[in-house]
Ligand binder design. Structure first.
Ligand code: RBZ
Ligand code: NIO
Length: 345
């Protein structure tokens, strides 16, 4: 596989800019620390962007869409045809992420990596079709080595110069793939990592756990090669996210990770290339059970907890508003000296 680029080191965080931003925060007209995590966010972005006053003008949002063979096993509350239908909804502006992307003024594209139903061409839609769907991973590897390579490269190709990257996903059945990947990566029982996804009932949840157990046994999940796990248990959209996240970190572009499925992609990406971790900002705690465990395993704390369980990049887009305000405050508040306000004794 010509995937050597996956392991190239991420751009280092700029310590000088971090220190300058910390010093600026100390001088702004507020008690030190009173803006809490908004202060640390601004300082973090200063280090990532390599400037004392970071900016967030350009935001790129890419929703990666693909179908999953494992959907045939009755693991979702919705039929597989919804993936392609939602891709069309992303194109016509009716999905939640479209509304949020619009209000952020973000550059928005949908990347079709392969849906069972055909999707008509549209200016917002990028055709990166690999196959109509992955294989059902209870009977075969989800994807072949060339398919995995194509998906990783499709994600990499979506990274252009921007101030921040948000990846979203759409693919009926993809919480099953995400749960399987996380259970395998962290050696955890399937039931710890598996939730209700789009809203399956308890009977279907038992089936979903059994399906994941079957896949973990088939693919010998004890083998800890994250790329092998991704090929065996992943989805084209999850692999594209892995490629995009790693590329962003290598090119010095901060990423906001969305919910459960994108966290599975982030976990694989960090396992493949640990140097990328500082570039991943985790937006929210999803309502999907297993997410809290995955975030704890990664050692990260998300910004928000709003009981969201949508995906599409929606939680990340919401958090982008918060980051924008953190940077606004950092860049535009007056210092004690500028405002003639007495500093603490
Ligand atoms: C209308 C609709 C819009 C969505 N937008 C995101 N998802 C979310 O639900 C899917 C994962 O859940 P499961 O594994 O249970 O199929 C993904 O496509 C995900 O992004 C949606 C799901 C539906 C039905
Ligand atoms: O948190 C997510 O990404 C999520 C949870 C449930 C269904 N779809 C997405």
């Amino acid at each position: 596989m010509k995937l050597e680029w996956l392991r190239d080191l991420a751009k280092p965080v700029n310590k000088v800019s971090t220190q300058a931003a910390l010093a600026r925060q100390e001088n702004l007209t507020k008690p030190a620390g009173s803006l809490g995590q908004l202060e640390s966010l601004a300082v973090r972005f200063a280090g990532l962007q390599g400037r004392e006053i970071p900016q967030l003008k350009r935001i790129a949002i890419r929703v990666f869409a693909a179908d999953h063979g494992v959907a045939a096993r009755g693991v979702s509350a919705f039929p597989q045809s919804v993936t392609a239908q939602m891709v069309q909804n992303f194109c016509s502006g009716g999905a939640a992420i479209c509304v949020l992307a619009d209000s952020l003024g973000a550059e928005f594209k949908v990347v079709n990596l392969g849906c069972v139903a055909a999707v008509p061409a549209h200016p917002v839609l990028v055709d990166a079709i690999i196959a109509p769907a992955t294989q059902d991973f209870t009977v075969a590897k989800a994807m072949s080595a060339p398919q995995l390579e194509a998906a990783l490269n499709a994600g990499r190709n979506q990274v252009n110069e921007t101030d921040m990257f948000i990846g979203g996903e759409m693919g009926i059945g993809n919480t099953t793939a995400a749960s399987a990947l996380l259970a395998a990566l962290y050696h955890l029982p399937a039931e710890v990592m598996t939730g209700h996804g789009t809203g399956i009932d308890e009977t279907a949840l038992k089936r979903k756990v059994a399906v994941i157990d079957q896949a973990l046994a088939l693919h010998d999940a004890t083998v800890q090669d994250p790329m092998a796990l991704l090929g065996a248990l992943g989805g084209f959209e999850i692999a594209a996210l892995v490629g995009a996240y790693i590329t962003c970190a290598q090119r010095g572009i901060p990423v906001i990770v969305d919910g459960f499925i994108t966290t599975a992609a982030a976990a694989i990406a960090v396992a493949v290339n640990p140097s990328i971790k500082p570039w991943l900002v985790f937006s929210h705690l999803s309502d999907e059970s297993g997410h809290a465990v995955a975030l704890a395993k990664l050692g990260v704390t998300p910004l928000l907890s709003l009981d969201l369980r949508l995906g599409e990049g929606s939680g990340a887009a919401l958090a982008a508003n918060l980051v924008r305000q953190a940077l606004n405050l950092h860049g535009s508040m007056a210092t004690f000296a500028e405002a003639g306000v007495a500093d603490a004794d």
